[in-house]
Design a protein around this ligand. Structure first.
Ligand code: GLU
Length: 284
């Protein structure tokens, strides 16, 4: 049997919305006979800290979430990501990209290209052009290496989504089709891209059920396509609604989730059980 997982980014304490998603992921795994895995998504060492990660794990455990096996820390997984990129490169599916964020935003693009997708500027450069761009980057004031991008062979991909009909309630899996573009595999600052790491790590942890916030739904086709290229079995998705505050604003949009964490609620006199019961009651 497969596994579900929770994969927080340790850039701050988990807010109540994160905790609710964690409970949903845990319950989904348990109620379908799966085991549960934990992963710390600390790829970006500028934004993440081990101390914050430990606090997150303590909060998750306090809520009664239990996981099997060792917690996987993405900051320790360099070799696995490199191997995946090598595997893609061997198929001719990786190219260097020299564009800055601004150049990507300002690049001319086809009339119907999806907003935010990469316009393909560096996809078909000649070796001579690449050498010139590399030299230009190396000589620039804010030195960065070229990013690595996937040479996608499709423009969309279909995944199976269990919350497609009623966001809050899982039902029969429905197909969800979304955009695939030349996603970044390794950023210009050398940090491995989330879309790559998530696929490599879900496979390494035996994950076949992904429950997470609906804000990541549009990333799922890109990730599933990458999984396909890497020869990994597709996972089944449940993208769940994000928690909103009393004014209908997404918690995640506000600094630190509006400051509402397990610790702040406990400081206000609530017990862990009360917080858990309340989070579960908001899912009905
Ligand atoms: N680390 C991501 C986050 O905290 C979640 C990634 C995922 O569940 O695929 O938003």
């Amino acid at each position: 049997m497969g596994a579900g997982r929770f994969a927080p980014t340790p850039s701050g304490d988990l807010h109540l919305g994160n905790l609710r998603t964690a409970l949903l992921a845990y319950n989904a795994a348990r109620s379908t006979g799966r085991s549960f895995r934990m992963r710390v998504e600390d790829l970006d060492q500028q934004r993440c800290s081990a101390e914050v990660a430990e606090r997150q794990l303590v909060d998750l455990a306090a809520l009664g979430i239990e996981w099997e096996g060792e917690t996987l820390w993405q900051s320790q997984r360099h070799a696995a990501y490199q191997a995946a990129v090598d595997q893609l490169a061997a198929q001719g599916l990786v190219y260097e990209c020299y564009c800055s964020r601004r150049e990507i935003l300002e690049a001319p693009r086809a009339p119907h290209s999806p907003p935010g997708s990469y316009p393909g500027t560096c996809r078909d450069l000649t070796e001579g052009q690449r050498a010139a761009k590399r030299a230009q980057l190396a000589a620039s004031d804010n030195f960065r290496q070229p990013a690595l991008r996937l040479r996608a062979q499709v423009s969309e991909w279909t995944v199976w989504e269990e919350c497609a009909v009623d966001g809050a309630r899982p039902g029969h899996p429905q197909p969800y089709t979304g955009v695939v573009d030349d996603v970044v595999l390794r950023r210009g600052d050398g940090v491995w891209a989330y879309n790559l790491a998530v696929v490599v790590d879900d496979a390494a942890q035996g994950v076949d059920q992904v429950v997470r916030g609906v804000d990541l739904l549009s990333s799922a086709p890109r990730q599933a396509y990458l999984a396909h290229l890497l020869g990994v079995e597709p996972v089944i998705y449940r993208h769940v609604p994000l928690m909103q505050d009393a004014h209908g604003e997404r918690l995640a949009k506000r600094a630190g989730g509006g400051g509402m964490t397990l610790r702040t609620e406990m400081a206000r006199g609530k017990s862990v059980d009360e917080v858990r019961e309340w989070l579960l009651s908001t899912m009905k």
